[in-house]
Design a protein around this ligand. Structure first.
Ligand SMILES: *Cc1c(COP(=O)(O)O)cnc(C)c1O
Length: 362
C-alpha cells in the first residue's frame, strides 16, 4: 500500500529520478565544464526560455538568475529593488523573514507590515508612501496561498516570493513585477539558485537605484545579475546540476501542457488530501478558508488523541519522509508537499497509509 515514491517534503522536495538519470547521461559533456562556454550557456538559455513559456511571460518580461536562493534574493531586493520603504504581507515564517531583511537594512525606512491570524492571509491593499509590495505566493510554513493581484499604485513594484508556488500554482503574471523563487520546491530541483521573472518596470527600478550609486555588494547586485543573465550566465559560478535539473522539470511541464498541466497535478493531489481530511474523524485542514488553502503544501491538523510526531516517525520508518509540520508553527500537524512532481496517486496511497498507522496506533 506504500506510495511508489515516499518523498512528501515541502522543500527540498521530490526530485524526479528521470532528471537525475538525465544528468548522469551528461556527466562528461556538461558537468565540470565552464559556465562561460556554450554547453552551460545553452542550458541556461533553455531554462530562461522555458520559464518564459511556462509562465506566459508578458511582453518585455525577462528571466534573470543568480546564486543564493530566495533568501539571497531578499538581500538583493533590499539593495536593488526597494527604493525607500516596502509594504509586506507577513503571515508565516518566510514572509516574516523578508520583513526582517528590510527592517534591519540601514538605508531603508521602517517597513509597513500587515499581519493576520495564523492560517489566513491579510488583505493586499494600497499603502501610502511605499514603493514595493512584498508577499509570498504560497506561505510554505502554513500552507496558506494568496492569488497575486496588482494594487492601484503606479509607482510601486509588486514583489512575489513564489519559492513554493512557481510551477505549481496558476497566476496572472501581469499582476507581478518580480516573481522570484528557488527551484527546490515546485520545480523539483536542487537549491542554491534564485530565479526571477521581472517586468520592464522592475528593470527600470533596478537601473534607477543602480544609477544613484547606492553601495551594494557585487554578489547581491541586481544590475550585475541582469547583465549576466542576458548573456545566459551568472555573475559567479552556479551549481550546474541545479540549473540542469530545473531545466529538465520545466521541459517536462512544457511538453505536457505547461502550467495548467503542472498546476493541475497539484490541484488533483490537493482535492484528494483535503477531501480525505474533511471526512476523517481525526484529521482536518488547518487552513479554514478554502480559497486560501494551498494546492502545493497541505497542512493537516490531527486530533489530540493522535500524536503527529509518532505518525511521522512511523511513516519515516516505512520510507515515507518529511511529512512533519513546520516546527515553529508548533501544531499537532502533518504538512504534505504536493508539488507537480509528486504523483497524485502517491498522495492517495499516503492518506491510506496515514489511516492505517492511526488505526494501528489506537
Ligand atoms: C523555502 C522558502 C524560502 C527560502 O528558500 P531558500 O532557497 O532556502 O533561500 C523563501 N520563501 C519561501 C516562500 C519558501 O518556501
Amino acid at each position: 500500500m506504500l506510495p511508489a515514491d515516499g518523498r512528501f517534503g515541502s522543500g527540498p522536495s521530490k526530485v524526479r529520478p528521470e532528471s537525475v538519470r538525465s544528468l548522469a547521461d551528461h556527466a562528461v559533456d556538461y558537468m565540470g565544464t565552464s559556465h562561460r562556454q556554450i554547453a552551460v550557456q545553452f542550458m541556461v538559455a533553455g531554462l530562461r526560455n522555458g520559464l518564459s513559456e511556462l509562465f506566459s511571460a508578458p511582453d518585455g518580461y525577462e528571466i534573470i538568475l543568480g546564486n543564493g536562493g530566495a533568501t539571497g534574493f531578499w538581500d538583493c531586493a533590499t539593495f536593488g529593488l526597494i527604493e525607500q520603504r516596502s509594504h509586506h504581507l507577513s503571515f508565516g515564517e518566510f514572509g516574516s523573514k523578508f520583513v526582517k531583511a528590510t527592517r534591519t537594512a540601514p538605508h531603508l525606512d521602517e517597513p509597513s507590515v500587515a499581519e493576520s491570524d495564523t492560517g489566513t492571509h491579510p488583505a493586499l491593499a494600497v499603502v501610502d508612501g511605499v514603493d514595493a509590495y512584498c508577499y509570498p505566493h504560497n506561505e510554505t510554513s502554513t500552507g496558506v496561498m494568496i492569488d497575486p493581484v496588482r494594487v492601484d499604485d503606479t509607482d510601486a513594484v509588486m514583489l512575489v516570493d513564489a519559492t513554493s508556488g512557481a510551477g505549481g500554482l496558476l497566476f496572472d503574471p501581469a499582476a507581478t513585477d518580480v516573481y522570484y523563487f528557488s527551484p527546490q520546491k515546485a520545480l523539483a530541483s536542487d537549491g542554491g539558485l534564485w530565479i526571477a521573472m521581472i517586468s520592464p518596470i522592475a528593470v527600470q527600478r533596478i537601473e534607477r537605484i543602480h544609477a544613484t550609486g547606492r553601495w551594494c555588494p557585487a554578489s547581491l547586485d541586481l544590475k550585475i545579475a541582469l547583465d549576466n543573465s542576458r548573456k545566459d550566465q551568472t555573475y559567479n559560478t552556479p551549481a550546474l546540476s541545479t540549473i540542469f535539473i530545473t531545466a529538465k522539470t520545466v521541459e517536462w511541464f512544457n511538453e505536457n501542457g505547461g502550467l495548467p498541466w503542472a498546476a493541475g497535478r497539484s490541484a488533483r493531489s490537493a482535492a484528494h488530501l483535503y477531501g480525505w481530511a474533511e471526512q476523517s474523524e481525526v484529521a482536518s485542514p488547518y487552513v479554514r478558508i478554502e480559497s486560501q488553502r494551498s494546492p502545493v503544501v497541505g497542512t493537516i491538523d490531527l486530533d489530540d488523541s493522535v500524536d503527529a510526531d509518532i505518525v511521522t516517525k512511523v511513516l519515516r520508518a516505512n520510507g515515507i519522509v518529511d511529512t512533519g509540520g513546520y516546527r515553529k508553527l508548533g501544531r499537532n500537524q502533518l504538512r504534505i508537499g504536493m508539488f507537480p512532481a509528486v504523483d497524485p496517486d502517491d498522495v492517495l496511497a499516503l492518506t491510506a497509509c496515514v489511516d492505517y498507522v492511526i488505526e494501528h496506533l489506537a
